[in-house]
Design a protein around this ligand. Structure first.
Ligand SMILES: [Zn+2]
Length: 254
């Protein structure tokens, strides 16, 4: 199901015991943590190399506190995954959403992210899923019609590639920050829903739309973690405890 990311190759990748190799002999390592690294040199030089280790760890602490649990629950309710599903999370970060959904439904889970620290963290905590470092903005390293479901949760959106790797009857769930997401920290944001629907309009049909919102009571350390996870410059003095709104617009397409 995985395909080679060497430019113009796209041959199937097979496991040779130590790593993954294509019919043309391009080979990729499986890390000690268990993930597959399909990044190409041009991806490493990307201006968007993905999350840093500090941001990944900060975000994971917030997930571990249960801050994002209501958002996860809303995604699970909208998606209603089944054990027979084969799910790709494109831009999966530390794997929290994908692995939590997979643990609940028992489906086959595949996570891709351009950040090596994020995928390393995902692979160490959730060894039951497949984790791949790759640049899904360039192309999604899977064969056509590999998945019944694609997730893009506050991540990049590659509409033609999502269409290609989804089965014809597949579902796509896109989560984007709602205008009131983190409003206490950065003010009201743009409403991205219309533009996102336009991005997917030519290849998908919108079948459901919900807003998931939760207000978390964060202590000072968690506010600090949140600032690190969104790359806000930190002040000299530790921020104070506060209530923070987490809010996602969920769009479900088929
Ligand atoms: Zn190849």
């Amino acid at each position: 199901m995985l395909i080679c990311t060497v430019r113009g190759c796209a041959q199937a990748l097979l496991c040779d015991g130590r790593g993954m190799v294509c019919a043309r002999g391009h080979s990729f390592d499986i890390s000690r943590a268990g993930y597959i690294n399909l990044l190409q040199p041009q991806d490493r030089r990307s201006k968007k190399p993905g999350d840093t280790a500090a941001a990944v760890q900060a975000r994971r602490r917030l997930h571990d506190q249960g801050v994002t649990r209501p958002l996860l629950q809303a995604i699970a309710t909208m998606l209603a995954p089944r054990s027979s599903d084969v799910v790709l999370d494109a831009g999966c970060g530390d794997g929290f959403y994908l692995a939590s959904l997979a643990a609940g439904a028992g489906f086959a889970a595949h996570g891709v992210d351009i950040s090596t620290p994020a995928i390393d963290a995902a692979a160490r905590r959730y060894p039951g899923c497949e984790w791949v470092v790759a640049n899904a903005d360039r192309f999604v390293p899977y064969a056509d019609e590999s998945f019944s479901t694609v997730l893009s949760i506050t991540a990049r959106m590659n509409a033609p590639e999502f269409r290609r790797v989804l089965r014809t009857d597949g579902k796509l769930l896109v989560a984007i920050p709602a205008p009131d997401d983190l409003i206490e920290l950065r003010g009201r944001g743009r409403d991205r829903a219309d533009r996102t629907m336009e991005t997917f309009a030519s290849a998908f049909t919108l079948i459901d739309r919900q807003r998931a919102t939760t207000i978390a009571d964060l202590d000072a350390q968690s506010v600090q973690d949140l600032l690190v996870s969104i790359y806000r410059p930190l002040q000299a003095k530790q921020p104070e405890a506060m209530h923070v709104t987490f809010s996602l617009d969920l769009l479900l397409f088929r």
